[in-house]
Design a protein around this ligand. Structure first.
Ligand code: NAD
Length: 453
């Protein structure tokens, strides 16, 4: 059995069956058997089913959000927002079955046309930080495009995925189309990646595991999309609304206790406004409410586990670099205070590695060229922000930074209708928006001769 722990208390909240390779094989066989009928469902009928699944998830939104808040240790208001996005994601892709359009291409001697065909069985592997919402970014486009699915949630947070399996079945999804296996990554995840009947793997997680998945998938030439780590920059220019940038910055890195691939965990500040920026930042950080995820006043919860808390603490090599910290409960539970390291160099370990906790490095820069160079001086390229009132500079800098998702005078990262994904070692492929559908379909080209008959 898997003992599922509540990070705010350190206590067990549930036990679930620990799946093994035989469970993966059974799930893949069920998905393979269900595929021919599922791909043949008429587009309008599949669209209606997507809406029925969205309705069913929406009806269960409040208990799914509570389970997610307790199991992942996230503030209840954040968990409600995430479950809202799960529903939105199913509704968005309900529009897809009737819009998976092909092309007709002018050629000699006949008619040439393309079709977007489903891939077959797809294996989806997701992390513990945004358990159900990241799953929905994969499940909804995969099903809408006519694939069948085996989903493997993270071992630490399997509960909402297992609930989703029941909810989708009750909403009318045929048996075998959507299957969940909750078990260790090195066993169940690995088997999914190596399974000859799985056509594609979509993975969200660490860059290290992603690299292994890309290698393992090569032997069966599986399609692979990877959403990996990040070390994103939040650039604050001297001509920005510095108070607005400083008031927003903590939530761009301490949301979800910093366990967010999009965390703006490097704040690059133009030197002349560094002091102003830090004093505004300090007010917000010291006022952050860190505590019980189920309390509506809470802005930040605990880290996911005791091991992870140790790993985060290990990044603070030099305590004299701590400019200031917020408060957090003493325990039980896996608490860590929001922590600001300043001034830092971009070469410090805390500025280079993905900490995945509530620790941010504030780094000064001299001019626009240096800001872009520092922002790009990382192996990652997932998100980022630019704060300036000069529109031309904002767009110049945005074009200069090698990253998949950028926002100007804002720290937003994700919308269901817009593409999300990384440059460099932050990943391969895109989720959400119309782009995701390309990764769940193959293009088939058909030529019909008009010269015979
Ligand atoms: P992880 O890489 O340890 O695990 C992710 C998933 O992979 C889990 O389900 C795990 O069981 C599974 N897994 C582990 N070993 C495997 C193997 N050998 N084969 C197949 N599957 C395996 O990541 P995590 O600790 O759960 O999540 C944190 C990481 O995820 C961070 O690096 C973060 O940046 C990244 N992340 C990225 C995004 C994004 O969209 N780019 C979003 C959220 C999290």
């Amino acid at each position: 059995m898997i003992s599922v722990i509540e990070p705010a208390t350190g206590e067990e909240m549930a036990q679930v069956h620990r799946a093994g390779t035989e469970d993966v094989d059974k799930a893949v066989a069920a998905a393979k058997a269900a595929f021919p009928a599922w791909r043949a469902v008429a587009p309008a009928e599949r669209a209606n089913l997507m809406h029925a699944m969205a309705d069913a998830l929406s009806n269960r939104a409040s208990d799914l959000a509570e389970t997610e808040a307790r199991n992942a240790g996230k503030p209840i208001s954040d968990a409600e927002g995430e479950i809202g996005m799960v529903v939105e994601c199913f509704r968005y892709y309900a529009g897809a079955p009737e819009r998976l359009l092909g092309k007709t291409i002018p050629v000699a001697g006949g008619v040439d046309m393309t079709f977007r065909e489903p891939l077959g069985v797809v294996g989806l592997i997701v992390p513990w930080n945004f358990p159900l919402v990241i799953a929905s970014w994969k499940v909804a486009p995969a099903l809408a495009a006519g694939n069948t699915v085996v989903l493997k949630p993270a071992e630490l947070t399997p509960l909402t995925a297992l609930e989703m399996e029941k909810i989708l079945l009750e909403a009318g999804l045929p048996e075998g189309v959507f299957n969940v296996v909750a078990g260790p990554g090195s066993v169940c995840g690995q088997r999914l990646v190596e399974h000859p009947d799985v056509a594609k793997v979509a993975f969200t997680g660490s860059t290290e595991i992603g690299r292994g998945i890309a290698e393992a998938a090569a032997s069966t030439i599986k399609r692979v999309t990877l959403e990996l780590g990040g070390k994103s920059a939040n650039l604050v220019f001297a001509d920005a609304d510095v108070s607005a940038a400083a008031a927003a910055a903590p939530f761009a890195v301490f949301a979800n206790a910093g366990q967010d691939c999009c965390a703006r965990s490097r704040i690059l500040v133009e030197a002349p406004v560094m002091d102003d920026f830090l004093s505004e930042l300090e007010k917000t950080v010291r006022g952050m409410v860190v505590g019980d995820p189920l309390d509506r006043a809470t802005q930040m919860g605990p880290l996911i586990s005791s091991d992870h808390r140790e790993s985060v603490a290990g990044f603070i090599e030099d305590e004299s670099k701590i400019a200031f910290q917020g408060d957090c409960p003493d325990g039980p539970g896996f608490w860590f205070p929001p922590t600001v390291l300043a001034p830092m160099s971009n070469d410090d370990m805390a500025s280079r590695d993905e900490i995945f906790g509530p620790v941010v490095c504030v780094i000064p820069f001299g001019d626009e060229e240096e800001a872009v160079r520092l922002a790009n001086d990382t192996v990652y390229g997932l998100s980022g922000s630019i704060w300036t009132t000069n529109g031309a500079k904002a767009l110049r800098v945005a074009r200069g930074i090698d990253t998949g998702v950028l926002s100007i005078n804002s720290n937003s990262s994700v919308r269901v209708s817009t593409p999300f994904g990384g440059f460099k070692q932050s990943g391969v492929g895109r989720e959400l928006g119309p782009d995701a559908l390309e990764h769940y379909t193959e293009v088939k080209n058909v030529f019909y001769s008009t010269e015979v008959g």
